[in-house]
Design a protein around this ligand. Structure first.
Ligand code: SF4
Ligand code: SF4
Length: 189
């Protein structure tokens, strides 16, 4: 099937919102797919990063926010580092997540947004991640407090979970970053 791309179709859908949120100009992407070939979850996702960009070009609407890669993406920034056009695709993924949260789009599988919130809450409170706090917040939110408790002693033994509160972080600076990000996000679409 031949797809005709007109000036109008290339600016329809959510592409404008995403460009504004991420500060990225997506029109410079020429579909070399270097981002997708380096993405650790590209093969597992329904649409790898280059396809997400292409769908935005073609006027994808809010259905794009339901793509599994939006929540599978680990913000490793490999895609951004590999892009010959300097497109910050990781920032595009952040923007997709922010828009998905704002629109209340359901995550395709699991409860990644809850995990995301639990992780960020501990960073905001303690200045860095705190395993126990994050696990407790996630399990409370998911109403699965007793799930996986059998693995706990072994993980403690292998020092995979830190019980004591993290120390030495610059909490003031971290909270200032959260405040600034919140103001920036609230002032965007
Ligand atoms: S690496 Fe850059 S130019 Fe190539 S497909 Fe990905 S976003 Fe487009
Ligand atoms: S930042 Fe996300 S989309 Fe980009 S390579 Fe990493 S996992 Fe893939």
């Amino acid at each position: 099937m031949t797809i005709r791309i007109t000036k109008k179709s290339s600016r329809s859908g959510i592409v404008g919102n995403i460009e504004e949120l991420s500060g990225v100009n997506l029109s410079t992407c020429y579909q070399c797919k270097k981002c997708s070939s380096g993405c650790p979850v590209g093969d597992l996702a329904g649409s790898p990063p280059s396809e997400i960009i292409r769908r935005l070009h073609l006027g994808a609407d809010e259905e794009l926010l339901e793509s599994d890669i939006v929540w599978m993406c680990m913000s490793c920034e490999t895609c951004s580092a590999r892009c010959p056009m300097g497109i910050d695709i990781a920032a595009v993924m952040d923007a997709l997540r922010a828009l998905a949260l704002k629109k209340g789009t359901p995550a395709p599988e699991g409860n990644v947004p809850l995990f995301n919130r639990a992780l960020l809450t501990t960073v905001k409170l303690f200045g860095r991640t705190y395993d126990m706090g994050m696990i407790a917040a996630y399990k409370l939110g998911a109403h699965k407090f007793l799930q996986d408790t059998g693995k706990f002693p072994e993980m403690l033994k292998k020092k995979k979970i830190a019980l004591i509160l993290p120390r030495g972080s610059d909490k003031k600076t971290v909270r200032r970053i959260f405040r600034k990000t919140q103001v920036k996000r609230d002032s965007k679409p």
